[in-house]
Design a protein around this ligand. Sequence first.
Ligand SMILES: [Ca+2]
Length: 124
Amino acid sequence: MAADQSSNNAVLFEDFFPSMVERLGAEGFIGELCNGFRLLMDINMGLITFESLKRNSVHIGLEELGDDEIMCMMTEGDMDGDGALNQMEFCILMFRLSPALMNGSRRLVEDALLHASTALLGGH
Ligand SMILES: [Ca+2]
């Protein structure tokens, strides 16, 4: 497990995400994640790259992320191995960084992901 390098993130998201889901509902929460993705992505590529994450992380309050932490997020999230995060990879990574959300609201998360995949596939 990558307990060491993700401990800061886990604390950050643990407090943040469940209350957001409560407030916004699953679909609203996914909408917020999509907004986050747009803030972080490279405008030209429509993907989050190492450089775009480093440049834009300040927008979501993660300006203290080091290069190795950013690289770790990219490696963790990049499921198809193209070296960048698409919207779905980003959403799933955000859920994985929030253990409380994953453990406490598993059905809610699965619902939300189902909505997200439908929305994302339809939206492209
Ligand atoms: Ca990818």
